[in-house]
Design a protein around this ligand. Structure first.
Ligand SMILES: NC(=O)c1ccc[n+]([C@@H]2O[C@H](COP(=O)([O-])OP(=O)(O)OC[C@H]3O[C@@H](n4cnc5c(N)ncnc54)[C@H](O)[C@@H]3O)[C@@H](O)[C@H]2O)c1
Length: 506
């Protein structure tokens, strides 16, 4: 289901013969209901046919629930073009990692799509396929890459400068990495104050710049032979801004692009270009970028999924594991002080108060949403929560994050937890990028997901997950994981797992 224009909603479904249908409705509810009914009918019909066929052939009867997927997910045929604005530490660690895995010299550790499994049916069924075997994902060999950056370094040089991966590994990958050179970027120094570079597009207006990015995308598709594209923002964190009138609709946004409105950040220009081309956009930084009505409208209209924001890697990953435990055990929290030192370019950019404010907003929301102080005022009504990020060059990408957590238990007795996480930022981020690329591409090929706009089922990967307007985000890592896996089960017509389990004791 998607909104064609205000007040016009389109139900969109495939029948049992794989033929696509669309019908117009005046409300989203009616369109969605129609779509669900027709899809269910198609599934039932297909299942009946399959069972009849199996019966005739004397084959094993499959449960109807397991034959519904075909016709609703297009196969991952051909190459998938990955376009990355921002070819810095995260982007190069991801691309170099994919190439190292393709060459068989490394393993995709940390990637749910590559190493994770999904349990199907009952615990006694013994069915736990790998996720990549359960749903049709693009294979790593089918990924091709391009990107934009304000610096001219190719991926080999950029990865060497980032200093995340061992130079010997990078030298082995040099023939591949050095072929990926950045296209000139759309950049505005006012949005990222700490850096400046020469590889920047010039244009009469922001609309002109958006047209240039769209031309880049078409050029990449043609030259790489990709059958599908996805844009993955790995650029620097932009200065904090609030949405304005310019961001409220496609019409007002396009007017603002033509008038060079200062409220349009470079990341929004890439997002607009992408969605106009019908290409999904995932946002790894805390910038608003696609958290705007204009982008939601475009995403639904052009069936280009969006998701974000801000990769959930180091400290917030730990926070979204510990905080649900406190709430589960009804342990109170009086204070949480988080501080980091890091010395990569991201750290330098975040040294600017404008960019830090964007990051701070993204990091601070987590505790409130998990702990729900309105429901548990005695436990979480008075929390002192502070997040600091300090730029400290000697550490490079090897961040250190300290957490001091003041909790209280039975009868109010205080306790403390200290966490010292010596992590590697981009090593934690790279598998997230890989999973997002593959899962967002899956969403784009999936009749039920591609017109939804926001892909909330991918919250698992983000510090500040996007949700439908009016819905609070789910931050608990394990609820997010369950949501993701249940979405995959649902897409394939498998039973959802509720963990009720009473049937084992009948
Ligand atoms: N590494 C992590 O764990 C992590 C976690 C969450 C979010 N992030 C976010 O991911 C992003 C990338 O992180 P990183 O460590 O790779 O940073 P980085 O500084 O190494 O790379 C960012 C790159 O973006 C480029 N850039 C900036 N503005 C651009 C524009 N308008 N167009 C094209 N390129 C542009 C910069 O020149 C730089 O090369 C940052 O926004 C960061 O906050 C990273």
């Amino acid at each position: 289901m998607y909104q064609k224009k205000p007040g016009v909603f389109m139900a969109d479904w495939w029948d049992a013969d794989g033929k696509r249908h669309r019908k117009q409705f005046a409300s989203s509810g009616a369109a969605r209901e129609h779509e669900h009914r027709e899809t269910a009918l198609a599934h039932a019909e297909r299942a009946t046919r399959e069972m009849k066929l199996a019966g005739k052939k004397g084959g094993v009867k499959r449960s109807p629930a397991r034959v519904v997927e075909s016709g609703t997910i297009e196969p991952a045929k051909g190459k998938l073009g990955v376009m990355i604005p921002g070819m810095g530490a995260v982007a190069t660690t991801f691309v170099a990692g994919v190439e190292a895995i393709r060459q068989g010299i490394a393993k995709p550790i940390g990637s749910l799509t590559q190493m994770g499994t999904v349990r199907l049916g009952k615990r006694t069924d013994g069915r736990s396929p790998k996720i990549k075997e359960f749903v049709p994902l693009a294979g790593l060999d089918d990924l091709v890459f391009t990107g934009w950056d304000i610096f001219e370094d190719n991926m080999y040089e950029a990865a060497s400068n980032a200093g995340v991966l061992d130079q010997r590994l990078l030298d082995q990958l040099k023939p591949f990495l050095s072929t990926i050179t950045p296209r000139p970027a759309v950049f505005d120094h006012n949005y990222v104050k700490k850096i400046d570079g020469p590889n920047v597009k010039k244009g009469k207006s922001k609309m002109d710049l958006a047209e240039q990015v769209r031309a880049d995308m078409r050029d990449f598709k043609k030259t790489s032979g990709a059958s599908r594209l996805i844009t993955m923002w790995c650029g620097s964190t932009e200065s904090y801004i609030e949405p304005t009138a310019a961001h409220q609709s496609v019409k007002s946004f396009e007017k603002a692009l033509r008038e060079n409105d200062e409220n349009i950040a470079p990341s929004m220009i890439y997002a607009y270009a992408s969605l106009m081309e019908g290409v999904p956009f995932a946002n790894g930084a805390p910038n608003l970028t696609v958290d705007l009505p204009v982008m939601l409208e475009l995403s639904r209209k052009n069936e280009a999924p969006i998701c974000g924001k801000d990769f959930k890697t180091g400290q917030t990953l730990i926070k979204t594991v510990l905080a649900p435990m406190f709430k589960a055990r009804l342990l109170g929290l009086s204070g949480w002080y988080s501080t980091n030192i890091l010395g990569n370019r991201d750290g330098e950019v975040l040294d600017d108060p404008g960019s830090f404010k964007t990051k701070e907003e993204s990091k601070l929301g987590v505790l409130d949403h998990i702990l729900q102080p309105a429901l548990y005022p005695e436990l979480y009504g008075n929390i002192f929560h502070k997040v600091r990020i300090n730029y400290y060059p000697p550490r490079g990408d090897n961040k250190e994050g300290w957490d001091n957590i003041d909790i209280f238990g039975w009868l109010g007795y205080p306790m403390q937890i200290k966490v010292d996480f010596l992590c590697r930022d981009s090593i934690l981020a790279a598998p997230i990028v890989l999973d997002l690329v593959l899962l967002v591409d899956l969403a784009k090929r999936c009749s039920e997901l591609k017109g939804l706009g926001i892909q909330e089922w991918l919250s698992f990967y983000f510090k500040s997950p996007m949700t439908a307007p009016g819905l609070y985000p789910e931050h608990d890592l394990f609820i997010q994981l369950m949501k993701l896996k249940n979405t995959l089960r649902h897409l394939k017509g498998e039973e959802l797992i509720t963990h009720l389990g009473l049937e084992y004791y009948d």
